[in-house]
Design a protein around this ligand. Structure first.
Ligand SMILES: [Zn+2]
Length: 421
């Protein structure tokens, strides 16, 4: 038995018919449909001889094929989805991993040179409780216990109680960290969820890491004044200063992509609130939010400081004041150079051109990398560039190519893990 990528596509379709409806995938974590998806996964894996299955303290599902060495190659994904989600987000990784596990078990007669472990992370999406990467952040030890303990869903059910129903004791979730003890490399295949590969007409990409994020609220303060009686040159218009930021952030993002082999960042003003917010008054106060992302920590700080200087310049020009308040931030998470090279090679050897790109969204892979395990992700093209929607799709030939290339990456990573003994 060799690798059969068509079987992964068939498995994906089977999962879709089992756990989806007319509105899309319904595998929201800690629901009966999610449990059904997990039972489906277990059933598939139980057919592979020699694979041990258990759940850890955070509800992550582990399938382990013990090798000659304890050192382990980890293949990860998530079978949970958002409500009305796409049929590939998360489960493509998990089910491609199942196929690779089948191939390795067969080829090495149940005893590969290193241990191979498939992990299905618990509640990647955070769709019900608003906390993404639950299982992987518990495993990496980076989870904020105090914040997470208080979470409730829309019906007021506490996360802690929902976990209990699935046999998970919240206070012990960080004990799952022991699963990473012998982890020597981690790989994850995912649908891109954006239009970059589509626009380049390439099926596969190598992910360099996940963006760091700086998120701020910026408030400009001027003076309310009557819109009829106040001459233009006498106004202290808070909106005018804020509005100038709108085009400036495009210049800041553009500049962040210059320099040697640097991928650019992105900046977004996602909200704007004016006070008094009536049609007959100059704006006294204008609050905008700015979200900035870059793969390079220094470049991210540069983007932030350029935005701060611009805001001060525009405030001065308009005789208004400006203040900044940080909402949230996270550092960029960079993947392993060696595994990035392997991923490029695996894509080339599958007959297509590799393309290196950062990931805008966070993924479980970022948590594993944060825990210090060398990590890489492979992206497959997303038709329409849309995810978290029932219209999410990827051409079947690209899915098969992705499984083929991901399998090659697994072999390269396995050999690397073995050589490290
Ligand atoms: Zn996902």
């Amino acid at each position: 038995m060799s690798l059969n990528p068509k079987r992964t596509v068939a498995d994906l379709k089977e999962l879709r018919s089992l756990t989806g409806d007319d509105n899309g995938a319904q595998r929201v974590a800690f629901t009966p449909t999610w449990a059904k998806a997990r039972a489906f996964l277990r059933e598939k894996i139980e057919k592979i001889p020699g694979v041990e299955i258990h759940n850890d303290e955070a509800g992550n599902f582990w399938a382990t094929l013990q090798g000659k060495s304890e050192k382990a190659l980890l293949i990860g994904g998530h079978i949970d989805s958002v409500p009305n989600g796409g049929w590939l987000d998360g489960c493509l990784d998990t089910l491609a991993g199942v196929e690779i596990l089948r191939r390795i078990a067969q080829q090495h007669k149940g005893k590969p040179p290193v241990t191979i472990r498939l992990v299905d992370w618990c509640d990647e999406e955070g769709a019900r409780f608003g906390k993404s990467l639950f299982g992987s952040s518990a495993c990496s030890g980076k989870i904020d216990m105090n914040e997470t303990r208080e979470l409730k869903d829309k019906k007021g059910i506490r996360l802690v109680d929902a976990l209990k129903e699935h046999g998970i004791d919240f206070e012990k979730v960080k004990d799952s960290g022991k699963e990473l003890k012998n982890a020597t490399a981690y790989i994850e295949l995912h649908i891109e969820q954006g239009p970059v590969l589509l626009d380049l007409n390439l099926p596969l990409g190598t992910v360099l890491g996940t963006f760091g994020v700086e998120r701020h609220a910026i408030t400009f303060r001027g003076q309310a004044a009557h819109s009829g009686s106040t001459p233009m040159h006498r106004r202290r218009d808070a909106f005018l200063a804020a509005a100038k930021m709108s085009s400036e952030i495009y210049e800041i993002a553009k500049r962040s992509g210059q320099g040697p082999s640097r991928t650019g960042g992105v900046c977004t003003i996602g909200s704007c609130i004016t006070k008094p917010g009536i049609v007959t008054s100059v704006v006294e106060e204008c609050r905008i939010t700015l979200d900035q992302r870059h793969l390079d920590a220094q470049a991210l700080q540069q983007m932030l400081s350029e935005a701060k200087s611009a805001s001060e310049k525009f405030a001065k020009q308009g005789n208004v004041e400006v203040s900044w308040e940080r909402i949230w931030n996270i550092e960029p998470i960079v993947f392993s150079n060696q595994l990035i090279d392997f991923c490029d090679q695996a894509i080339s050897e599958s007959g297509t051109k590799p393309h290196r790109m950062p990931s805008g969204p966070l993924h479980d892979a970022a948590e594993v990398a944060r825990a210090g395990v060398p990590t890489v992700m492979m992206f497959v093209q997303s038709l329409r560039g849309i995810s978290h929607n029932k219209i999410e799709d990827t051409k079947e030939e690209h899915l098969e190519l992705a499984v083929t290339a991901f399998n090659k990456l697994a072999d390269k990573a396995m050999a690397w893990v073995a050589s490290d003994m």
